[in-house]
Design a protein around this ligand. Structure first.
Ligand code: NAD
Length: 456
């Protein structure tokens, strides 16, 4: 099928590549000429495992091209997918990018005499597709609904494994304005074997928010439990989670083998969720409910716990180190999770800002985030960006682990003892083996563990 995807961000580009990989002819529409050139040259403007190789493949076999000529391509495509940003601004979902793109699509649709289906892939609060997108499309295309199709297809990809998630999804949810819309769009997924669930537009919108709210709730629940563990001598939340995960209802035995489902990765101690989805989507849903006089105290707590969770790590550091004033602190990991260079709403940003307020000298490391330039979220922050992990750790008073990058597994007690005078590791993701570090002369503390003063 001929598909246009609007947006060259994490969702737009990955969706375009994934549709192209499954044999569709895809044009991805961007606004930034430099980015467009980069992608057409086979390189993603952001880091995502396997994406450069996949882009090169689909550009080479002419399945994908990237352009800024929205008008031209919208007119000739059967499917037009909206993958533009929908941030939460001042407690409300900001639909300005979506509305602008809908106006442009509507104008482009005027020149087309084929049946076209417009698909909202951006995350939008319930009723947006019906009450905001549809009227704009009708007005600017000068066509009535039914003469064109409309779908809402929430995206569930996770940054860091976006390509696999998009090419091999576990489910496809198609909210449809009418049966013809859904049936036409479903043809784009001819290569996918997973279940396709057809729903109303609003059910599809709501499913995405419920999914992100559940995962956020598990994370905040785990972090609240971790806070209780932190005041009880002899309790380590990591052991508590291990005991919990062994529950056969959470990790069933199938064909004689214990299965640990992916959902368990959300039931662990950490320094909070970040990224471009959970924080903004939980807030957008909370305010959506508030506005309609629905009380959602659980959702409110989930958001509040998460807002304060990065500060727990700084508190633990303070408890162990005493004063932070003038101390050199190595913050390891800036991305909100491993395998991405995305720092939107990353707990690292809150942790760094708090450390700077406490007059620490902060040196950061991340394997990807500033590899090709300093992202906007970091400009203006008075921090050093270390060229190597070793340079970040060297001579620091404490190492604070924020993102569990695989590269950080190279950190051993021997490395810390070689590079630091008094080795101190504060583990925000509980990725290291506490006993191994303690046994080998490193002061170790972290989320879910009662902070202990270093032994003299
Ligand atoms: P993003 O900010 O990385 O990308 C959005 C892109 O759209 C930007 O590059 C912007 O320039 C472009 N854009 C906006 N208006 C445009 C126009 N008129 N023409 C061409 N390009 C235009 O955002 P994202 O992370 O890709 O997310 C997009 C949507 O998908 C959001 O609604 C988000 O909530 C949702 N989502 C994101 C993820 C994720 O992991 N990032 C996962 C699932 C759903």
């Amino acid at each position: 099928m001929k598909i246009t995807v609007i947006g060259t961000g994490y969702v737009g580009l990955v969706t375009a590549v994934s549709f192209a990989e499954s044999g569709n002819d895809v044009v991805c529409i961007g606004r930034n000429k430099k980015k467009i050139l980069e992608i057409n040259g086979g390189r993603s403007p952001f880091f995502e495992p396997g994406l450069d190789e996949a882009i090169t493949r689909v550009i080479k076999n002419h399945r994908l091209s990237v352009s800024d000529e929205l008008d031209k391509y919208v007119a000739e495509c059967e499917i037009i997918v909206l993958a533009v940003g929908t941030p939460t601004v001042n407690n409300k979902i900001d639909l300005s990018e979506l509305k602008e793109a809908c106006r442009a699509i509507g104008i482009g649709m005027r020149k087309s005499d084929i049946y076209q289906v417009i698909v909202v892939k951006s995350t939008v609060v319930p009723q947006t597709t019906q009450d905001v997108v549809l009227p704009i499309l009708e007005k600017f295309s000068r066509k009535r609904a039914h003469t064109f199709g409309l779908c809402m297809n929430p995206e569930f990809l996770r940054e860091g494994s976006a390509l696999i998630d998009a090419t091999k999804p576990d489910r496809i949810i198609i909210g449809q304005y009418d049966n013809k819309s859904g049936a036409t769009y479903a043809k784009a997924f001819h290569a996918n074997k997973c279940p396709i669930l057809f729903t109303t537009l609003t059910t599809a919108e709501m499913t995405k928010y419920v999914s992100n709210s559940l995962l956020s709730t598990l994370i905040s629940f785990s972090n609240e439990m971790s806070r209780i563990c932190e005041i009880i001598p002899g309790v380590d939340a990591v052991d508590v989670w291990e005991g919990l995960h062994l529950d056969g209802r959470l990790s069933p035995v199938i064909n004689g083998k214990k299965i640990y489902p992916g959902i368990l990765s959300y039931i662990r101690s950490g320094c909070g969720y970040g990224g471009s989805c959970f924080p903004k989507d939980t807030k957008a849903l909370y305010y959506f409910a508030q506005k309609r006089h629905i009380k959602t105290p659980l959702l409110k707590s989930v958001i509040d716990i998460n807002t304060s969770q990065p500060l727990r790590l700084v508190s633990i550091l303070k408890d162990v180190l005493g004063s932070i004033d003038g101390k050199r602190i190595a913050v390891l990991g800036l991305a909100f999770k491993p395998d991405t260079d995305d720092i939107r709403e990353s707990p690292a940003l809150t942790i760094i800002a708090t450390l700077l307020d406490l007059h620490a000298s902060v040196v950061c490391h991340d394997p990807q985030v500033y590899k090709h330039g300093i992202p906007m979220g970091l400009t203006g922050m008075n921090v050093q960006l270390a060229p190597t992990l070793e340079r970040a750790i060297q001579n620091s008073d404490a190492v604070v682990l924020v993102t569990s990058w695989n590269e950080y597994k190279l950190i051993t007690p021997r490395v810390l003892k070689k590079l630091m005078q008094k080795p101190l590791l504060i583990d925000g993701r509980r990725m290291f083996n506490k006993r191994l570090f303690e046994k080998n002369g490193v002061t170790y503390s972290g989320i879910g563990l009662k902070p202990q003063q270093p032994s003299l």
